[in-house]
Design a binder for this molecule. Structure first.
Ligand code: HDD
Length: 704
């Protein structure tokens, strides 16, 4: 147990890391139990009973221990984030692998090999703090880099574009996706009238909608998704010269998502699927890693590019401006305390160090107000920068003082600037080291006007769709059909499809057919001319899938009498692959293998359905298979694995289970009987592909 404050008679130990829970923390070793105290440090004699007159008499107001305990408990909650409420964070570092000193003076980009401490918080957007992980939603990918010249917050998503072009529409967009204000449902989902009403009236959102309806919005894990800072930023060198930049995070394990039916079931089986995955990976030493990539381009490129680089609903294809890898981000430490770190971390897009600057992207400019503002609401004081997780790790010196919960105040007489107290007068400006904005020359009338260059809402949406493999295109059609089938108003459904006609006629026809809707006329387009852009391989998940099964998880369903040799071969192959596995068995106590070895299980069958695994193996005795055939959860285990196009390895003895599940005649090349070690190796190698997509046409016919 960790006790805050001092243990009587023992010297307090400093928290190992200032970014951790912070403050004076005292680890109590087993047996060395500290005395319980009040928050004021008074030792407590009885924490079980309130102070009262007689055993059955009225409680006394005098009971300060009771009052303090309940008072503190009553105030434990702070407002959850208005968006991105559900999130999960971890510590790590950024390491520079390629210097950017030629284009920026930013300290973090100067010295190859240097590590900068980092904290990352992943999140869903729409759901409340207690919602489930596998909602169809955008994922937040917020990175705080504690650089030597101030904190740099790169507050991105796992999708490189956004719904809207101007921050003034953000409250409308968020209101539309959140539960309706009268009934407060549906939670954590976009499949409802208000969301699609807003979208269908806001065609600039359609590019992002294609991403959100793709499998990008149901990632397998935070470890397998990309991150994007979305906006165009500027890098500045020491002379004040500037170049534009877009930032990308690329996962070392490459990309992977789940399928929709699986996502729905994961939410029931393990609502914490993503946070558990991150926690387990880090605590087992399999540290998640991403590369930082930059797309650098100049004004001349921006001028000739078909879209406006200030428009956050557009990306720059990697084929046009390649992504240059300049560093890596490694997450190697879980938090000590969720509230202190993950909940209290305050990301602000305005936090940039010297050498990095904003562009005129109107969404970014609006965000720079919103994030600072929201932290005061959430954390209750302008002194939220004093909380260890938010405090810079470089020297700080300024004259800000007082306010609620002020932990740091200027020392000495001078708390203003300029002053004439000499060295004792505190910090001074540094025109050389200090932050300078790019000296952009701006002119123009004061207007509320959307630039003409932002008007093409469909071309990149189309490019995204045609860049997907057929199976991914099918998933987009299925997802839109699913979502619109939850929309009660037929006119809203039709309005959405009227936009799809500008994006892809096949997609529009598929969705219309899936909805039982006559194909509507195309929507009136702000800019009717649509550029037919070439497909970009970087936009597909399947084309950027893994090269191995590393970091993925096998579910091994075992019964008593299961072939020990097969099991050992599978474990050896999995370990060689750097994969993980869990044993699923009829009882949590485990099984006895054919060689008499007892193995504990990690999951009982109904608690460990196959949706929790990337591939499954079923190794049973003949009797075991008969036993499982009578168990609905065991039958679901194999039918779901089959329906979700997973690779399935099975011992010949297990066939009775597949037969009872109705699969015996359907077993295809993705279902592999395991007899020898070579069969096991073949199975594990086949699993590199993650899914046997050929099966999908059989198990899930086209939405249309
Ligand atoms: Fe935002 C949180 C990402 C547009 C206003 N946003 C938030 C978080 C992420 C993003 C990852 C969670 C941070 C955390 O983990 O604490 N937001 C984005 C991206 C956007 C974007 C990539 C577009 C490119 N956001 C956006 C706009 C506004 C906001 C246009 C308002 C004008 N976002 C907020 C916020 C939040 C937030 C209300 C809620 C909690 C917080 O900031 O700290 O200020």
């Amino acid at each position: 147990m960790t006790i805050k404050g001092k243990k009587p008679g023992a010297a307090p130990k400093k928290a190992p890391d200032a970014a951790g829970a912070g403050g004076e923390t005292h680890q109590v070793a087993g047996g060395d139990v500290a005395t319980l105290t009040t928050a004021q440090g008074a030792p407590v004699a009885d924490d079980q009973n309130t102070l009262r007159y007689g055993a059955r008499g009225p409680a006394l107001m005098e009971d300060f221990h009771f009052r303090e305990k309940i008072f503190h408990f009553d105030h434990e909650r702070i407002p959850e984030r208005v968006v991105h409420a559900r999130g999960y964070g971890a510590h790590g570092y950024f390491e520079l692998t390629d210097s950017l000193a030629d284009v920026t003076r930013a300290d973090i980009f100067q010295r190859v090999g240097e590590r900068t401490p980092a904290f990352v918080r992943f999140s869903t957007v729409a759901g409340a703090k207690g919602s489930f992980d596998l909602a169809r939603d955008v994922r937040g990918f917020a990175v705080k880099l504690y650089t030597q010249e101030g904190n740099w917050d790169l507050v991105g998503n796992n999708i490189p574009v956004f719904f809207i072009q101007d921050a003034i529409k953000f409250p409308d967009m968020v209101h539309a996706v959140k539960p309706a204000p009268d009934r407060d449902f549906p939670q954590a989902q976009s499949a409802h009238d208000n969301f699609w009403d807003f979208i269908s009236l806001t065609p600039e959102s359609l590019h992002m909608i294609m991403w959100v309806m793709s499998d990008r919005a149901i990632p397998r894990s935070f470890r397998f998704m990309e991150g994007f800072a979305v906006h165009t930023f500027r890098l500045l060198d020491a002379q004040g010269r500037s170049i534009f930049v877009k930032f990308h995070w690329k996962p070392k394990l490459r990309l992977q998502s789940v399928v929709w039916n699986e996502a729905v079931k994961i939410n029931g089986a393990d609502p914490d699927f993503h946070r558990r995955d991150l926690w387990n990976a880090i605590t087992s030493g399999d540290f998640p890693e991403w590369e930082l990539g930059v797309q650098l381009f100049d004004e001349a490129f921006a001028e000739k590019f078909a879209f406006d680089v200030l428009d956050p609903t557009k990306l720059i294809p990697e084929e046009d401006v390649p992504v240059r890898i300049v560093g890596r981000l490694v997450l190697n430490r879980v938090v000590d305390n969720f509230f202190a770190e993950t909940e209290q971390v305050a990301f602000c897009t305005q936090n940039v160090p010297p050498g990095i600057d904003f562009s005129n992207d109107p969404l970014l400019q609006g965000r720079n107000f919103s994030y600072l503002d929201t932290q005061i609401k959430r954390l209750g004081s302008p002194n939220f920068t004093h909380i260890p997780i938010n405090a810079p790790k470089c020297p700080m010196a300024h004259f800000q003082q007082d306010g609620h919960m002020a932990m740091r105040n200027p020392i000495g007489r001078a708390n203003y600037e300029p002053n004439s107290w000499g060295e004792a007068g505190g910090p001074r400006e540094d025109p050389v080291r200090g932050f300078r904005s790019f000296a952009a020359e701006e002119t123009g009338p004061k207007v509320r006007l959307r630039p003409e260059s932002f008007a093409d809402h469909y071309s990149q949406a189309r490019q995204f769709v045609i860049s997907q493999t057929p199976i991914e295109q099918k998933h987009i059609g299925d997802a839109i059909t699913f979502e619109l089938s939850k929309v009660e108003r037929a006119d809203i459904r039709a309005r959405v499809v009227s936009h799809l006609r500008h994006i892809d006629e096949h997609l529009a026809a598929t969705v219309a057919d899936g909805l039982g809707l006559p194909l509507p006329e195309p929507a009136k387009a702000a800019r009717p001319v649509i550029a037919d852009l070439p497909p970009s391989n970087a936009l597909s998940i399947v084309r950027n899938g893994p090269h191995s099964f590393a970091g993925r998880k096998f579910g091994i369903l075992l019964t008593d009498g299961a072939d020990a040799g097969l099991f050992d071969a599978l474990v050896t192959a999995a370990e060689k692959e750097k994969a993980i596995y869990e044993i699923v068995a009829p009882k949590i106590g485990g099984v006895t293998l054919s060689d008499g070895r007892a193995l504990p299980a990690q999951q009982k069958i109904d608690g460990g359905p196959s949706v929790l695994f990337d591939a499954v193996a079923v190794i049973t005795s003949a009797d075991g298979a008969t036993l499982l055939a009578g168990d609905a959860a065991a039958r679901d285990f194999v039918t779901d694995a089959f329906a979700h196009c997973k690779f399935i390895g099975y011992a010949a003895e297990a066939i009775a289970l597949f037969a009872k599940a109705g699969l015996a005649d359907d077993l295809d090349d993705g279902c592999m009987v395991l007899k020898t070690d070579a069969d096991v190796d073949g199975f594990v190698t086949a699993c590199h592909a993650l899914r046997f997509w050929d099966r999908e046409a059989k198990v899930a016919p086209d939405a249309g």
